[in-house]
Design a binder for this molecule. Structure first.
Ligand code: FAD
Length: 548
């Protein structure tokens, strides 16, 4: 295990060394721009096919949308409702892969109850039940056993209240219970994929911003590179065809040192999400903001069951109450078209009020602003389509080969990142005639993954196993000579100091923000973040203190 731990380790020293190698003129097969789930997925796919890979990320891993999601691994129910069977099946298949092969440590089954309140007419309950039945057929079709995701069923009112004690009893006819996958944390998935890619030799370089791409083949924007745009699932991407092997040059800035550098690669994949048009102006996106509230779990009776509450007046739109297992729940989510693409989107007053009102409508004791511990919002990188509302725009992905040979992969979902990566790497291999093996990620366990049975016997607290899998003992090991590291970083927060130190030693955390906002999610509650700042600083100085 130590071998893998070391090979997968991302550190400040490794970053400096590897960036110097690239800036020194080395040409890699594939340069990936963007360290969200899509970019790290591409890096892993390519590195595990035997290609030389570098990934550059302007901020930190999971700096963009990938840390603001609902943290669900969807089976595609939503797409069934909109009639997109192919996308629904793809989601169910990717959920199966994540839950049973590649990341069983990070994704667990989540029970979800849709309460049948007076606001849910009997006919819509019937339609929803039929939809859940179809979703279950998909589950069976992709061979996810009912021991992992049980089939949906109708609950009596008593059973519903037993599962979600905070619900209002008056008028409750019962509930619909169904199951889906829930990530322990989205940013943790990103970091785990990045570390797995690093174990295959990928260079994962944060704080490196791409400023421009220049096509050294001299094909220029007028050259027909076969701008094959492909959406969603299915076979075959048109290659750029007929291009010479000259590398593509990328101008980049090391934002830690302020130094500019020139990186060279045979193929470049643009995985910059809502920022994709920056490197591929021909791509048109319609970003949409989705907001979540952070509330104490106690206001929902401390239940581990999620709630799905139909939004009054909307078709197929639900507010979700998502327990996080650390005394918090997230309540989401809105869908607000926006032209403002920022690193940290800010929810507006109306979104917060709407979410509070929808969930209050089903609770015995309504929630209000005084209950809020925090809020967060992210931007969906939705592809522009014929004038639908953003809520209706397809969640499919596209692989697009631009006139400058840059391959853009955008759209999709966290759940389908692996499929997006496979399609993007297929396109890069075809375009640059790279010598690569077939995609293997469908069967490639991420760092820390093991069967549920093996995970159950890992000698470490369950909380750590859910985050680090088989590597949880390595986190504990840090505290062998310093038991203080097993203390929580601050009162009311479960994260231990050892986790922060592990993030510095193995997960590429370079500053307090990396530790508090991405390796852990302490920062989602501003008061906790402030209280944990000193612990983060201690963790950052740990390396210096223990290597001198
Ligand atoms: C509110 C919300 C809830 C969601 N919930 C779910 C869910 O529950 N389940 C699910 O499956 N999906 C969900 N999604 C969708 C999912 O989160 C996104 O599809 C996914 O995270 C997009 O990842 P990405 O890597 O493409 O983009 P990003 O995560 O945004 O990554 C792009 C990266 O590129 C970097 N970058 C940008 N420009 C440059 C540059 N010039 N040089 C270097 N780096 C650059 C950015 O810093 C960023 O880190 C949700 C989305 C939202 C907004």
């Amino acid at each position: 295990m130590t071998g893998l731990l070391e090979r997968a380790s991302l550190t400040a020293e490794r970053r400096t060394r590897e960036l110097a190698e690239l800036a020194g003129g080395e040409v890699v097969d594939l340069l990936v721009v963007g360290g969200g789930v899509t970019g790290v997925g591409v890096a892993l796919d390519a590195a595990s096919r035997g290609l030389s890979v570098a990934l550059v990320e302007a901020g930190d891993l999971a700096f963009g949308t990938s840390r603001w999601s609902s943290k669900l691994v969807h089976g595609g129910l939503r797409y069934l409702a909109s009639g997109d069977l192919r996308l629904a099946r793809e989601s169910a298949a990717e959920r199966e892969i994540l839950m049973r092969r590649t990341a069983p440590h990070l994704v667990h089954p989540l029970p979800i109850v849709l309460p049948l309140t007076p606001d849910v007419p009997a006919t819509s309950a019937l339609v929803t039940r039929a939809g859940l039945g179809f979703g279950d057929l998909l589950r069976r079709g992709v061979r996810t056993p009912s021991t992992v995701l049980p089939p949906p069923r109708r609950l009596s009112a008593v059973e519903t209240l037993g599962m979600v004690p905070g619900l209002r009893e008056a008028g409750l006819r019962g509930g619909l219970l169904y199951w889906d996958g829930q990530l322990v944390d989205d940013a943790r998935l990103v970091v785990t994929i990045a570390r797995t890619a690093a174990a295959f030799g990928a260079r994962v370089l944060t704080r490196v911003r791409v400023l421009a791409v220049r096509d050294d083949a001299g094909t220029g924007p007028d050259t027909d590179t076969g701008t094959g745009t492909r959406t969603g699932t299915g076979a075959g991407v048109r290659s750029g065809g007929g291009l010479g092997p000259a590398p593509i040059a990328v101008q980049a800035l090391d934002t830690l040192t302020g130094r500019h550098c020139r990186l060279r690669a045979r193929a470049v994949v643009n995985a910059t999400g809502v920022w994709a048009p920056g490197l591929a102006p021909e791509i048109r996106l319609r970003p949409s903001r989705g907001t979540h509230l952070v509330l104490p779990a106690a206001v929902f009776g401390g239940t581990p069951t999620a709630l799905s509450v139909p939004i009054p007046g909307e078709r197929n739109r639900y507010a979700l109450v998502l327990p996080q297992g650390d005394g918090r729940v997230y309540v989401g989510l809105t869908d607000v078209p926006t032209d403002e693409v920022t690193e940290q989107p800010v929810p507006d007053h109306q979104e917060i009020t709407q979410l509070l009102n929808v969930v209050s409508g089903v609770l015995a004791t309504p929630v209000d602003r005084a209950d809020l511990l925090g809020v967060f919002a992210g931007l969906r990188p939705l592809l522009d389509g014929p004038d639908g509302r953003t809520a209706d725009l397809s969640r499919r992905h596209t692989v697009h080969v631009g006139p400058n040979r840059v391959i853009t992969v955008v759209g999709g979902k966290l759940t389908t990142y692996r499929r997006m990566a496979e399609d993007a790497v297929d396109a890069a291999v075809a375009q640059a005639s790279l010598d690569a093996g077939p995609c293997r990620t469908g069967r490639l366990p991420l760092v820390g993954a093991a069967s549920r049975r093996t995970l159950a016997s890992v000698p470490a607290p369950r909380r750590l196993v859910a985050r680090y899998g088989t590597q949880a003992p390595a986190v504990l090991e840090l505290a062998r000579h310093d038991p203080r590291l097993l203390e929580p970083v601050t009162t009311g927060v479960d994260v231990t100091r050892a986790e922060l130190v592990f993030a510095v030693l193995h997960e590429g955390a370079l500053d307090e923000g990396d530790l508090l906002d991405r390796r852990t999610r302490i920062g989602l509650v501003p008061a906790d973040r402030a209280a944990a700042l000193d612990a983060a600083r201690d963790a950052l100085s740990y390396r210096a203190a223990h290597t001198s």
